[in-house]
Ligand binder design. Sequence first.
Ligand SMILES: Cc1cc2nc3c(=O)[nH]c(=O)nc-3n(C[C@H](O)[C@H](O)[C@H](O)COP(=O)(O)O)c2cc1C
Length: 331
Amino acid sequence: MAEITDYAFRTIAKKYGAGLTFTQMVSADGVVKNNFKTLRMLTFSRDERPIGVQLLGNDPEIIGRAVRDLVKFKPSVIDLNCGCPVEKVYGNQMGAYLLSQPEKLAKLVSVMVKNSNGIPISIKIRLSPKDKVNVLENAKIIADNGASIIIVHARNKKDRYNIEADWEWIAKVKDEVNIPVVGNGSVFAAEDAVEMMNQTKCDAVLVARGALGNPFIFKQIEFLKRGEKFTPSIEEIARVAVDHVTILEKEQDFIISLDRAKKNIIWYFKYQNGIENLIDELYSAKSFENLKEIINTHSNNLLDGKYCQVNVDEIKEKFNSRVLFWLAKEE
Ligand SMILES: Cc1cc2nc3c(=O)[nH]c(=O)nc-3n(C[C@H](O)[C@H](O)[C@H](O)COP(=O)(O)O)c2cc1C
């Protein structure tokens, strides 16, 4: 997830059992030009493997060169984004636009495979814009041109992130191709992941928004598969939130990290009482020390039962539809 799955986020997700994480999407053009910001976004450390990197682009020549460059870093998977609905991306004929360009898609997949030196290529798609059957055609093109994995985000471009994902199409893609299929969309709890696997027979589940402030979901999925339950205590949530802030503090420059840390802290505590108080406190925080104090005070207040009951369903609804922006004042 753009501006989210940085080193801190991935490290904590992995600690709680994520089987594979991804660095943030980067432009293939930026990779071949050695753009500083681009390279920084795709940097990962060796002990993060297995880890994937994701490219955005539409020019076979540039994509091929970018894959060749990426091979040197030895990622575990190289993915092509064919699902991004953002206008800036779609309007430039990249991301989800490629879903309606079968010939281009075929060419891009084959050029990636040819240049990957054996590193598995994955392609992340959405359901197709008009006729969902088209998703099966795209899946077939992807498999026939040598990709190793298909990741299916079971919504179409128009629906962005707003409606329930339509998992039926993950099952249909699974029936259509002989390569591993990763299901994605609307996995907000361990129960959803297990249900998706049972319903669609997909080979793996990709968790996106469900992992925001909730690295525990990966452990919860593992537990649930064994018929057990794992619930982190407030103390554990606070400890992980402080660790998250500490890693961010070391990894990135001050302005980016401070804002990013605030965002993540809110996510960690989003379903707990007192979230509005926490948000108010965080807005004016000016240092990492300050953030850690706020987390500790907040978790102590929670343990002491100082806050009124929040309506979790209301927060969930707001959060799932507004993602990052749910904190912005509604007009
Ligand atoms: C803030 C945000 C940023 C995202 N960035 C990317 C991205 O860079 N690449 C990508 O393939 N998907 C990206 N996605 C989409 C997610 O990977 C995922 O497909 C989508 O959120 C659906 O899963 P969910 O309903 O479980 O959240 C992003 C989603 C969000 C909310």
